[in-house]
Design a protein around this ligand. Structure first.
Ligand code: FAD
Ligand code: EPU
Length: 298
């Protein structure tokens, strides 16, 4: 593919052959052949327009905390590195999509803005969180999202308010070539100490129930309606199940962790075994919550 990328792309900031182990929290193998890292919206738009004109498929990467990468990725990958500041106007907080999600929740607390307490334990970027409609402890992005800006697959910038049905449980309406540029949360002025107290309670709950200090991508499967994927996997007796260095966490069964140097095939095999056993024991088909890239999975 090297010789096939248009010159206009190659003039943008980029790196080659970056291991996904460094780009994702799960840390599986696989190489990102082309990683483009625009630091302005104009550069991001140029990237998209150039790919569109050349008929090139590309992928969008945020903090890599919801990704299971199973192989090398040949297509250009875009990771925003926007430098725009966070803007605080009344109860509204606007940030660029590449802003750290946990840092943003912390900023809201510092400013005495309530509404993002639930977000404080969710890693990755704001863009990834909007795309996934990330949520925890009864909160999710759609509840506080006032408006968002994004690039269309043709490279046009659009600003929009969320409409019913656009953001559902861990999903959004965006296609793979849409790029979230920024988002505005509508928050409520409150007391910083009270906000931080709630955050600490959520954090304590998380620390008691989710693995720490071992590489993972959060919950691997979505909760089926009215059920808990973690409980289903646990009740199927799968905690501690291992394929190579890929393992079902003994603390939370919906976390499949990389104990060190898990091979992508081992991870894929572990996911398949978990699904199979849960289907056999409970008759329930688990649907992945994480995004899977590579090895013909996408
Ligand atoms: P990535 O993993 O990089 O990408 C995820 C998807 O978003 C991909 O499809 C990617 O193409 C797309 N994307 C990324 N950036 C953009 C952009 N700018 N524009 C358009 N699309 C984009 N999630 C929860 O919802 N709740 C939790 O409680 C939670 N806990 C977690 C705990 C741990 C320890 C870990 C590792 C993960 C957890 N997650 C949780 C999963 C993950 O953190 C979230 O889904 C997060 O919002 C993903 O953001 P990201 O930037 O890392 O996205
Ligand atoms: N449970 C078990 N065994 C386990 C894990 C859980 O029996 O191994 C039981 C728990 O005891 C509890 C129920 O299952 O009764 C639900 O568990 P938990 O409260 O841990 O929540 P969850 O539904 O497993 C969801 C999100 C998490 C989010 C937490 C906290 C999904 C798939 N998971 O987990 O999000 O952090 O709630 O709000 O929706 C993520 O999306 O990556 C993620 C980590």
């Amino acid at each position: 593919m090297t010789g096939l990328l248009p010159d206009a792309l190659l003039r943008l900031p980029h790196r080659q052959e970056v291991p996904f182990a460094r780009l994702t929290t799960l840390g599986l193998g696989g190489l990102c052949h082309w990683l483009f890292e625009p630091s302005t919206e104009a550069e991001a738009a140029l990237f998209v327009r150039t790919c569109h004109q050349a008929g090139l498929r590309y992928r969008v990467l945020g903090g890599g905390s919801n990704l299971v990468v199973l192989g090398d990725i040949q297509e250009p990958v875009l990771r925003l590195r926007l430098k725009e500041p966070v803007i605080h106007e009344g109860g509204n907080l606007t940030a660029p999509a590449s802003h750290g999600h946990i840092v943003l929740a912390d900023k809201a607390a510092e400013l005495g803005l309530s509404g993002l307490e639930w977000a404080s334990g969710i890693p990755g970027s704001l863009g990834g969180a909007i795309r996934m409609n990330a949520g925890a402890h009864g909160g999710e992005w759609v509840q506080v999202l006032d408006r968002y800006r994004f690039l269309t697959p043709e490279g046009e910038v659009v600003e929009k308010r969320p409409e019913p049905g656009e953001f559902t449980y861990r999903r959004s309406w965006f296609g793979p070539s849409h790029i979230v540029l920024s988002a505005t949360a509508a928050l409520a002025p409150s007391d910083s100490t009270a906000i931080r107290r709630t955050m600490a309670q959520f954090q304590q709950r998380r620390e008691g129930s989710q693995p720490k200090g071992v590489r993972n991508a959060g919950c691997i499967f979505k909760n089926p309606p009215g059920l808990s994927a973690g409980r289903l996997i646990d009740e199927a007796g799968l905690k501690g199940l291992r394929v190579g260095e890929a393992e079902v966490s003994s603390l939370h069964a919906n976390f499949l962790v990389n104990r060190g140097h898990a091979h992508p095939q081992d991870f894929a095999e572990l996911m398949a075994q978990v699904r199979e056993r849960v289907k056999a024991v409970h008759g329930v088909e688990l649907d992945t919550e994480v995004e899977i890239w590579g090895a013909g999975q996408d």
